[in-house]
Design a protein around this ligand. Sequence first.
Ligand SMILES: [Zn+2]
Length: 220
Amino acid sequence: MAESSIRQAPTSPVGALPGPVANLLAAIHAALDVPLADRPADDRQRADLLTRRAADTKVLLELCLVHGDLTRTAMRLREWTAQNPVLYPTWQARAEQAAAEEQALLDEGEKGTAICRTPGGDQRCPAAHPNDPTPCGGPVVVTVLDRTNAGADGCEHHAARLLASLEGGRVYGLPDAPEGSAIHVFRAADGIRPFPWVPGPRTRDEQLSRAENRRGGEDR
Ligand SMILES: [Zn+2]
């Protein structure tokens, strides 16, 4: 009985942060979390914001080292951070939105309802993204799986574009596909930029194809 009460006693993991320290660290993290801008034109705005937030953090930490009030420092830092919000469109937000769209597409494909997803009749293969205006490049020959094994069957053209847009995606030939279909798609995806149907200039690593990133972006 003594043993079980020991097991049930509340324990703190070794190295756990005291609450006020964790609270202040979280506030500092939030202050310095200034995401990349989606458009290169906003890079300056992003840099200015980061400089401003870092300066605020430094001032408050200096004061904190004098008066030692962690909780007040965290509160003040959150206020100052809120007064300098991120006002530009972030690359992260666009990537997340695009990833969510991909996921919805893959989920639909899994349920087998993707063939006629678009009211008015999108008769393209299930791997074709609704925002991708391009037609199919042939019959449905491969299946593309994401990390969670959600999948969509597709023609080589749309499968390659989908594969290029997935982190850790894989491609397999369907049983009756011509030999080499999956390899064609794999090789094509290597040279395709993620979400190729999204317009706009592309300069960031995560906006470029895997082949471009291997070359270090020298042809950017
Ligand atoms: Zn297609």
